[in-house]
Write a protein that binds this ligand. Structure first.
Ligand code: SF4
Length: 173
């Protein structure tokens, strides 16, 4: 059973998550910065850079998103709502147990992560549509790593053997 720590996030984090359009602008800006800094990181070596970056990432994303450091961030696909805070760690939408009031079946006092993610995605003009993208299974070997580094180094790209995106499946009539 994964770690269930509902209410670990701060009040400011919850306040920010309910402003997903501002968060996606911040995400885009961070992406812009990292694109520019990438050649320098490559020169120094990602292994050397990661210990400098990881604590900042863990702190900042912990405060804002209640990040669990999965090392393979999908926030802009999921309404700027961390899917790893779902007690079942579901990364492709809710399970069948969402309660009538939109709360979690495992932690009844907790709003379903995916109900919140969907609502927020509808208020995200840039990345909101990405909610419909199918996510590959999370690579548990990246747990604890800096997702900024695994993104830049493309270590977050490989998918589990046998997993193919639905768009690549050739369905014969
Ligand atoms: S790195 Fe993983 S655990 Fe952290 S916010 Fe992103 S998806 Fe959630």
């Amino acid at each position: 059973m994964p770690n269930i720590t509902y209410n670990k996030s701060t009040k400011i984090g919850r306040w920010l998550r309910d402003r997903p359009a501002s968060l996606e602008r911040a995400y885009k800006f961070t992406e812009w910065i990292f694109d520019r800094i990438k050649p320098l990181f490559e020169k120094i070596g990602y292994k050397k850079v990661e210990p400098w970056i990881r604590p900042t990432e863990e702190w900042a994303k912990g405060v804002v998103f209640d990040c669990r450091m999965c090392g393979q961030c999908v926030l802009h696909y999921t309404g700027m709502t961390c899917p790893m805070t779902c007690p079942k760690n579901l990364r492709n939408g809710p399970c069948g147990g969402v309660r009538e009031n939109g709360h979690c079946e495992v932690v009844p006092e907790m709003p379903c992560v995916w109900v919140e993610a969907y609502k927020r995605s509808t208020r995200m003009p840039v990345y909101g549509h990405e909610m419909k993208h199918l996510q590959p299974p999370v690579n548990r070997q990246l747990e604890g790593r800096s997702a900024w580094i695994t993104l830049l180094s493309e270590e977050d790209r490989p998918v589990t053997a046998g997993w193919v995106h639905v768009s690549e499946i050739n369905i014969q009539a």
